[in-house]
Design a protein around this ligand. Structure first.
Ligand code: GLP
Length: 241
């Protein structure tokens, strides 16, 4: 794993956007895996700037998001659909049919997960996957577990994750307790991965992910086995490395 320690959130966001932008420039029909949460918001802002400057074009880009809350309709402002529209998609020229996010309202979740995986395979797999990290070491919504879940699946969210994500909701009771997440195998099959981390509340997870034992108890630790991962961490997130 390449580790790039940068000064702060802004520098992390610019560097991450430059990596995504160079992927788009080098392969204009790239398949890009996207993440939500606070961490990549700055990167999306920078990508929008690059798009407005005419440096990158999303016309032939396909995207697959890592996850979606179970039970939240697309229109719900807390859904990851809504987040992606607000933070990136409505600002760039990506085609609607090229945007993929799990449907948290699907009646048959198993079928939804299977079809999501199939669509990723049909697109040729993910060229570049952007990841954030949970305080408990989760990636996507792959929570600490006794085994790595290979494929897209329905997840029971950890108490810690529900608490951390309650900051986006009016109350903790409103936070969904389940989500659909891309699996570890699919993430690990991405050709390149950019892992982003900012702030001291991520320092322990980053330490365990980079230097700890490879274990499903720290899902991000599996990234140590991937041949092309770059971690961009600000000084606080990298403080225990
Ligand atoms: C969320 C998302 C993850 C994200 C992580 C960290 O629950 N499912 O994809 O990376 O938690 O979020 P944040 O960047 O807001 O700290």
């Amino acid at each position: 794993m390449k580790v790039l320690i940068v000064k702060d959130y802004e520098e992390m966001s610019r560097k991450a956007a430059n990596i995504v932008a160079s992927q788009i420039i080098l392969k204009p029909d790239s398949v890009i895996g996207l993440a939500t949460g606070d961490t990549p918001k700055g990167m999306y802002r920078e990508l929008i700037k690059l798009y407005n400057n005419g440096d990158i074009d999303f016309a032939n880009i396909k995207t697959f998001n890592l996850d979606e809350y179970y039970g939240l309709p697309k229109e719900n402002p807390q859904s990851y659909h809504y987040y992606m529209m607000e933070n990136l998609f409505k600002h760039v020229n990506i085609k609607k049919e090229n945007i993929h996010i799990p449907n948290g309202m699907a009646e048959n979740i198993e079928k939804e997960c299977e079809e999501y995986e199939k669509k990723i395979q049909q697109a040729g797999g993910i060229d570049l996957q952007v990841l954030g990290i949970g305080r408990n070491g989760h990636i996507g919504f792959n929570e600490p577990d006794l085994k790595f879940e290979a494929k897209a699946h329905l997840v029971e969210l950890d108490e810690d994750t529900i608490k951390a994500n309650s900051r986006f909701f009016n109350s903790i009771q409103e936070v969904p307790t389940k989500a659909i997440s891309m699996g570890i195998k699919t993430i690990m099959h991405a050709k390149k991965i950019v892992l982003l981390a900012s702030g001291k509340e991520k320092a322990e997870a980053i330490y365990k992910a980079v230097k700890g034992e490879i274990t499903p108890k720290v899902p991000a630790s599996v990234l140590q086995l991937h041949p092309d991962v770059i971690l961009i961490a600000d000084e606080e997130a990298a403080s225990l490395l």
